[in-house]
Write a protein that binds this ligand. Structure first.
Ligand code: URA
Length: 275
């Protein structure tokens, strides 16, 4: 019988559409995270002992191609992602004000408002998506549309409520008709996210989708090659994982199991960071 925490996770995974193998015998439990740690439930039925030892070297279990995640790629520029590398000095309120008045690229012309990001400003996990869509621009909050619903369930399956993490995007303004961000827009917007990382100092960054992954890693490798292993955010030493964008998972539910593998790796990294 699954205990209450396991049952809750199974329910979230069922909602995610991820089939979980449940052992007949109770699974061996890993140690609970210390009281001060992010409340990641340590007892995933299928994974528990898992990846704490293998995170850095875990094999890449990726398909060579991703149906729509492989659309035209921006040309990321190398960026000085070191501590303080944003060149900005604002604190959170100053940064939020600066973002809301930003005119660094043409997206400011058509926006109704910027989407700064939301969540705990002492979060250990920073989730980074691509750019606001119509719902996000209307409400001024990231990931509030259908993809956001799935993201919420992904986080809950990790044992985290949305309010416990910080959620941001590579772009703070909505591209017209939700087109892909342009390289110059990503370049113009990058210092804002970089400053958010500097202020937050998260224990883990989770980049969702090709745009966030390539942008944060200054890489042009396809998403399929970037996920499945741990990276670091520039020279900061902050671990960074790549996974599928929730909007893509809504279109390709068969990939949810792989996304769950990524999330489990994230849980292991957070546990390690909190230890
Ligand atoms: N997709 C994203 O990448 N970010 C959002 O905030 C919403 C949808």
């Amino acid at each position: 019988m699954a205990d209450a925490a396991e049952q809750r996770r199974l329910n979230y995974l069922a909602r995610l559409g991820v089939d979980v193998w449940v052992p007949r015998e109770p699974a061996a439990r890993t140690e609970a995270a210390p009281a001060t740690a992010i409340p990641v439930e340590a007892s995933s039925v299928e994974t528990a002992s898992v990846e704490t030892a293998s995170v850095e070297t875990a094999p890449v279990d990726v398909p060579p191609t991703q149906p729509t995640e492989s659309s035209p790629q921006p040309q990321p520029q190398p960026q000085p992602w070191v501590a303080g590398g944003s060149g900005l000095t604002q604190d959170w309120p100053e940064l939020a004000a600066a973002v809301s008045g930003c005119r660094q690229c043409g997206l400011c012309e058509g926006r109704t408002q910027t989407v700064f990001g939301s969540g705990a400003r002492d979060a250990r996990l920073l989730v980074v998506g691509e750019a606001p869509g119509a719902d996000e621009e209307r409400l001024g909050e990231p990931f509030v549309g259908p993809a956001g619903g799935l993201l919420d369930n992904m986080l809950l399956a990790m044992g985290l409520a949305r309010e416990q993490v910080f959620i941001a995007n590579t772009l703070k303004c909505r591209p017209p008709r939700n087109r892909d961000p342009r390289p110059e827009e990503l370049r113009a917007c990058a210092p804002w996210l970089q400053r958010q990382v500097e202020l937050l100092q998260p224990g883990l960054i989770l980049a969702l989708g090709r745009v966030a992954a390539q942008s944060l890693l200054a890489s042009d490798e396809p998403l399929g090659r970037l996920r499945g292993r741990a990276h670091h955010y520039g020279a900061t030493g902050i671990p960074l994982l790549v996974s599928y964008h929730p909007a893509y998972l809504l279109r390709m539910p068969s990939e949810k199991a792989k996304a769950w593998q990524d999330l489990k790796r994230g849980m292991a990294l957070l546990r390690r960071e909190a230890a």
